[in-house]
Design a protein around this ligand. Structure first.
Ligand code: SAH
Length: 223
């Protein structure tokens, strides 16, 4: 009997602020799959992912999959957000560029680790709602712009980290140019079959490493 009372009150708590579901997500989807950077784990525990999706999907947001956010776009699966963030090796002094703001969730995670996050979204309605959401939630070091991220954001370059959350068929040359020396870029590349690629740059060369197969929405090409 006592067991059921505890169970019911735990369920009630979870429905209030989803802390229980978020902790379970981190245990089962993030740590169990090998993410070990404590700063990334803390950020995934801290950011309230349920505020980044439409209200009718809140209850599903800690599940092990992406979810629709409108305009044919999706918020990435939690594990994908975690692995991309870990690969970037963000430091408190870093300026990070994100291409594909979407809901603003990935930007919120990065904002806890970086000095500042510049994020570009091509669908103006999504850019606008992400900007509002991030402001209301207090993520003050995220700067959102509506525009084509294929070209990067020259005014704020170079970036210590670049993360791309939509898939181009090839690595956009201007993004490579805007990556600082010793910078890291994480980007899904391909059309139907995509690979998550980690790019590192040093003074003389650019190296690419294939990480895992992934499935992202395509990068939209501006005409
Ligand atoms: N990082 C997001 C996931 C976004 S899905 C999140 O945490 O919710 C990918 C996003 O990339 C979509 O919102 C899509 O509109 C955007 N996108 C596609 N092509 C783009 C481009 N050329 N420039 C900027 N954003 C683009």
């Amino acid at each position: 009997m006592l067991f059921f009372i505890i169970l019911i009150s735990a369920a009630k708590d979870a429905s209030k602020d989803y802390t229980f579901l978020r902790e379970r997500m981190v245990e089962e989807q993030i740590i169990a799959r090998g993410i070990s950077d404590s700063l990334v784990i803390d950020a995934m525990l801290t950011v309230k992912r349920h505020f980044f999706v439409p209200a009718n999907l809140m209850q599903f947001v800690y599940n092990d999959n992406p979810l629709p956010i409108g305009h044919g776009q999706t918020i990435s699966q939690p594990y994908i957000v975690a692995i991309m963030t870990e690969l970037l090796e963000v430091k408190k002094t870093h300026r990070v560029l994100e291409v594909g703001t979407g809901s603003g969730y990935q930007a919120a995670i990065l904002s806890l680790l970086a000095d500042s996050v510049f994020t570009i979204e091509i669908i103006p309605e999504l850019a606008h709602s992400a900007k509002e959401r991030l402001k209301v939630l207090g993520y003050e070091n995220v700067i959102v712009k509506a525009g084509d991220g294929y070209k990067g954001w020259k005014e704020h370059a170079p970036f210590d980290g670049i993360i791309v959350t939509c898939a181009p068929e090839e690595i956009p040359p201007l993004l490579l140019e805007q990556l600082s020396i010793r910078g890291r870029m994480v980007i899904p590349v391909g059309s139907y079959y995509q690979e998550l690629i980690l790019i590192t740059k040093d003074s003389s060369e650019i190296s690419e490493k294939s990480i895992i197969p992934v499935r992202f929405v395509p990068m939209i090409k501006k005409q």
